[in-house]
Design a protein around this ligand. Sequence first.
Ligand SMILES: NC(=O)c1ccc[n+]([C@@H]2O[C@H](COP(=O)([O-])OP(=O)(O)OC[C@H]3O[C@@H](n4cnc5c(N)ncnc54)[C@H](OP(=O)(O)O)[C@@H]3O)[C@@H](O)[C@H]2O)c1
Length: 268
Amino acid sequence: MSMPRLGQGTWNMGDSAARRKQELAALRAGIDLGMTLIDTAEMYGDGRSESLVAQAIAGMRDKVFLVTKVLPSNASRKGVVRSCEASLKRLQTDNLDLYLLHWSGSYALEETVRGFEDLLAAGKIRAWGVSNLDLREMRRLGAVPGGKACATNQVLYNLSRRGIEFDLLPWCQARKMPVMAYSPVEQGRILGHRTLKEVAPRLGATPAQVALAWVLRQDGVVAIPKAGTVAHVRANHKALALKLDAEALGALDAAFPPPRKARPLEML
Ligand SMILES: NC(=O)c1ccc[n+]([C@@H]2O[C@H](COP(=O)([O-])OP(=O)(O)OC[C@H]3O[C@@H](n4cnc5c(N)ncnc54)[C@H](OP(=O)(O)O)[C@@H]3O)[C@@H](O)[C@H]2O)c1
């Protein structure tokens, strides 16, 4: 089983009737370009993001690598199954490619994993994973029965959030577990940074493309930018072909230094 390296996020999509047409067009343009991994969650707009995704992928479910997430407050063994069934209904499909625990909460990981296993056995999901788990929690997960089947950890990773490079990322890479980088352009906040604005034109690119190419520069990292317009989706797709040279990487390291010691995992 493999995942596309560049997908599409959908947080804050599906909430506005005025933006709906544009958002549907953006998601469909991304699928046409091969950005077929679509990431959503039961939490996003209380299911409205999943409903938008259902409309966007209607008639092409088999082209899409569909990912959604269960809230920690629903992550008991039975709750995971109930939430998944509700997500499947909103997504108008009968299975997910990947189902994630959104972050760890009060239910024991053992319980949640049992729920995921029930869903696998019923053919409702093809794989499961987690999100926002730090290294200590990943080690704990690895030790629970069935926990080693975790397919990914989706975490905050971008130029301004490099903490995972110190420990979590190498740990996942050593296990060939892909990391899904969320908020890869820091929700737009880094795009006005002076260094990005200096590096981008020299490479014939935009700051967003440089920021995405930087996230995608290493093996085992998948990026899921959210773009609400076709123009942004097309621009993001070009990041796949953008190579950052040593000069660009050096300038970016100087402006956004890598971690020198372990840091608590950041979340948005
Ligand atoms: N697991 C978790 O806890 C978690 C947390 C956060 C996010 N996520 C997932 O990760 C996805 C991405 O993260 P995010 O939505 O937080 O932030 P993001 O992808 O870093 O940034 C989205 C923002 O960047 C803008 N943008 C996108 N492409 C652009 C481009 N080419 N040029 C200029 N601006 C551009 C978008 O504007 P437009 O909308 O106008 O295009 C939007 O305002 C989410 O949608 C969600 O699926 C998961």
